[in-house]
Write a protein that binds this ligand. Structure first.
Ligand SMILES: Cc1cc2nc3c(=O)[nH]c(=O)nc-3n(C[C@H](O)[C@H](O)[C@H](O)COP(=O)(O)OP(=O)(O)OC[C@H]3O[C@@H](n4cnc5c(N)ncnc54)[C@H](O)[C@@H]3O)c2cc1C
Length: 402
């Protein structure tokens, strides 16, 4: 098999990269190790309206609308953030990812399911077309070889493509755990967020989805928790948290456990190779959302890969344009998000109680509602830092005086 571009992994990043490679004239193949796209689900499925736009998908009745959020402090005080309009949707990732795969196929990409990349080399290839990427695969268990001018590693958090190419993988990885169950939402269009020691270094969430709920959390290694202990924290949240335990039914209909990379490596391009999505740590450090940044970067990766192939230059120098372009688009936002995440991770429960107390103010809630953007949290943070009232209160918090 011989392709211009081979994308490894049919998650959102892989499907969009393939769509853009094919649209821009490259003969493109996606390979996916599983028999079914989007499974197993390791996602709460909460996507901002701009994430859905970026994925080029039109919301339908299967999408559950979200218009606001309740943020609960550890002392149960809560703030209500709502602008009255749809800010996000909750989706079924199995259906969502399949739609993205079908869109890639419509744009001309081929797809091979039950095909796992097991190794990758660089060499002349069987067709004598200069230095090429040789992908060793197992197709339904049978060994085979696929040649490509460019490989796009969209193979998720455990990316073997990145490691085989000698690229660094993300060094900060949150541990996430989530259950599907039944929950007594006060408003089925509101998500509920629980920062504090119930989820050290990150937060817990309750997300409605057509009468059911996704209750989950992520924890940050180095915040007094061991890697992988998210599940233990989640069981405790459901059993003991003063708000969640009262609203959550005891039965569980599904469990999802997975890592969330929140740091991007220095390099995301090599000779004849790019990495995108979770493989490249393109995830919002403030929310753990990877679909939006992955989509932004995948579209750039697909186009650059196709352009490079058509120009006959797939060297790292040429492909590094992808690295420059994606960092120019979202690099600053991810860096600011990381700083916000690190600051939040250091706050004690009593500091979070005070912070929520500060924000529980009509003027500040109005500001958060107007400028709050799941994908660009730096905007609202800047507004809060420029506001005399919130800045004064933050300073008092930092200096430790009331
Ligand atoms: C508990 C939890 C909740 C989350 N909630 C949200 C949320 O609400 N909103 C949001 O935006 N993000 C959320 N995320 C993050 C989001 O799920 C990921 O950022 C997103 O799925 C990354 O997309 P991707 O295409 O990069 O990788 P993936 O979706 O992981 O896709 C990678 C694909 O590559 C395939 N693959 C891997 N290795 C190989 C191989 N060797 N050969 C062939 N195929 C291979 C895999 O089978 C998989 O299909 C959550 C994550 C977790 C863990």
């Amino acid at each position: 098999m011989d392709y211009d571009v081979v994308v490894v992994g049919a998650g959102p990043a892989g499907c969009l990269a393939a769509k853009y490679a094919a649209k821009n004239g490259a003969k493109t193949l996606i390979i996916e190790e599983h028999a079914s796209i989007g499974s197993p689900v390791q996602c709460a499925g909460l996507l901002s309206t701009s994430a859905i736009r970026e994925c080029e998908v039109v919301p339908d009745s299967g999408f559950h609308p979200i218009t606001g959020a309740f943020v609960y402090a550890p002392d149960r005080r809560r703030i209500r953030i709502s602008g009255g309009e749809i800010k996000a949707y909750v989706v079924d990732r199995r259906i969502f990812d399949r739609t993205l795969a079908e869109n890639a196929i419509r744009s001309g990409a081929d797809i091979l399911m039950r095909t796992r990349a097991v190794g990758i080399d660089i060499g002349r290839g069987a067709h004598g077309r200069g230095r090429r990427r040789i992908i060793h695969v197992a197709i339904e268990g049978e060994p085979d070889v696929i040649e490509a001018d460019v490989v796009i590693g969209a193979d998720g958090i455990q990316s073997r493509i990145a490691r085989w190419a000698g690229l660094d993988t993300p060094d900060t990885i949150l541990s996430g755990a989530q259950v599907s169950t039944v929950y007594d939402f006060e408003d089925p269009e509101f998500v509920e967020i629980f920062p504090g020691s119930c989820a050290p270094g990150f937060f817990a969430w309750a997300i409605p989805y057509h009468g059911s709920a996704r209750i989950g959390l992520a924890v940050r290694p180095g915040s007094g928790v061991e890697h992988g202990s998210a599940w233990a924290h989640l069981k405790r949240l459901i059993a003991e948290h003063p708000v969640v335990s009262e609203k959550c039914a005891p039965g569980i209909a599904g469990i999802a456990i997975g890592g969330i990379p929140i740091s991007a490596p220095q390099q995301t391009a090599a000779d004849g190779l790019l990495i995108v999505g979770d493989a490249a740590g393109q995830v919002k450090p403030t929310s753990g959302g990877g679909v939006y940044p992955g989509a932004v970067c995948a579209k750039i990766a697909g186009k650059i890969a196709a352009d490079a192939v058509l120009e006959g230059d797939t060297s790292v120098r040429r492909l590094s344009e992808y690295d420059k372009l994606w960092r120019a688009r979202i690099g600053r936002e991810l860096a600011i998000g990381r700083r916000i995440n690190e600051w939040m991770a250091r706050l004690s429960d009593s500091e979070i109680n005070r912070l929520v107390g500060v924000l529980d103010d009509d003027e500040l809630l109005d500001l958060i509602t107007r400028y709050g953007d799941m994908d660009h949290p730096s905007v609202v943070v800047r507004k809060l830092l420029m506001n005399r009232k919130s800045m004064g209160a933050f300073l008092k918090m930092v200096l430790g005086s009331d």
